[in-house]
Design a protein around this ligand. Structure first.
Ligand SMILES: [Zn+2]
Length: 143
């Protein structure tokens, strides 16, 4: 599954009761989506937000809880041009930024959340680059 979910609790701003919070990141179609939900057990107040670029606070929590997935390029001679094209088109990177990211990927040091790496690997495979997402040990992949 290309879905990662985290849950935590906090205190409600309005009444002080326990606020049940959850955050989800998923690959929907060909895009990353996230949502965050807060529901108060006391006063019933509910907050729902969603978007495409995962906010830092959710990303940090997700990486801490699920661990980071790694992008593995299995070709011994990586064709760099198609990869650079994918990186620049998907993320709006400049060429130097895309090259820096590519170096990380080639040396096996590019990490991200499960859904982020899954989608990147899928986009690279679509242009003929042998890439796969390597899940951290012990991760369930969400449910
Ligand atoms: Zn409340």
């Amino acid at each position: 599954m290309n879905v990662a979910t985290i849950r935590w609790s906090a205190a409600c701003d309005a009444c002080g009761a326990t606020l049940h919070c959850s955050g989800t990141q998923a690959v929907v179609g060909d895009r990353l989506r996230w949502d965050e939900e807060h529901r108060c057990a006391g006063c019933g107040s509910t907050v729902l937000v969603c978007g495409d670029t995962l906010p830092d606070h959710l990303r940090t929590r997700m990486l801490a809880e699920h661990g980071a997935a790694r992008l593995a390029l299995s070709d011994t001679t990586v064709r760099r041009l198609p990869i650079l094209r994918v990186l620049r088109a998907d993320r709006g990177l400049t060429l130097p930024e895309a090259q820096t990211l590519l170096e990380l990927m080639v040396s096996g040091r590019h990490h991200g959340t499960g859904p982020e790496i899954d989608l990147l690997a899928r986009r690279l495979r679509a242009v003929g680059v042998a890439a796969e997402a390597v899940r951290p040990h012990g991760a369930s992949g969400g449910s």
